[in-house]
Ligand binder design. Structure first.
Ligand code: GAR
Length: 188
């Protein structure tokens, strides 16, 4: 069995989707969800799904002692970032070399970097009248949105699409492809 942990800072719709996808999977299990936001909606989702939720302050996350202790109790094969907005500290990158992946709601390297997350990305895509957007799933390194790309999927946009329409189209790609990318990375 391969074990994953999902890190999320916001609504957690991807975390929930990943949870459902792997719920009865023979080779992969979601061990816990971690969030760095005390009021993130992902906490409600985790409680409803009855999956362990770890809430950690940004300070403790940067420091590492608490999380490394938690991780020593859960043998995790892959950390999956799903709307997790903290930069990953070097202690975690060293502990999980090439075993932390992220999803970004645009076609990197376009619309990436600090401050480019969630709706901000779709707003910028709309302002630039892009004809396509999509998702990028990539390994995580010490910079925002810069690690090696695992998979990209795109969708076409129309000039009539609102920011919410773009978010919906991109969201559908995320829900379809992120679980599959996780399987692929784990060889499951
Ligand atoms: C997702 O669209 C994800 O791609 C994005 O945050 C959203 C989280 O939604 N991540 C980034 O922008 C990372 N730079 P969710 O909490 O409903 O899964």
């Amino acid at each position: 069995m391969k074990r994953i942990a999902v890190f999320a800072s916001g609504s957690g719709s991807n975390a929930e989707n990943i949870y459902h996808y792997f719920k009865n999977h023979k080779d992969v299990s979601v061990e816990f969800i971690l969030t760095n936001k005390y009021d993130a909606f992902v906490i409600e989702r985790a409680k409803k799904l009855d999956i362990p939720i770890i809430i950690i302050s940004n300070r403790a996350f940067k420091n590492g002692d608490f999380l490394l202790n938690v991780l020593s109790q859960y043998p995790i094969d892959l950390i999956v970032l799903a709307g997790f907005l903290q930069l990953i500290p070097s202690y975690l990158l060293e502990r999980f070399p090439n075993k932390i992946i992220n999803i970004h709601p645009a076609l990197l390297p376009a619309y990436g970097g600090k401050g480019m997350y969630g709706k901000h990305v779709h707003k910028a895509v709309k302002e630039n009248k892009e004809e396509r957007s999509g998702i990028t799933i990539h390994y995580v390194n010490e910079h925002y949105d810069e690690g090696e790309i695992i998979m990209q999927e795109s969708c076409s946009l129309s000039q009539y699409d609102s920011v919410e329409d773009i978010a919906k189209k991109v969201g559908e790609l995320e829900y379809t492809y992120y679980p599959k990318a996780i399987e692929e990375v784990l060889g499951a």
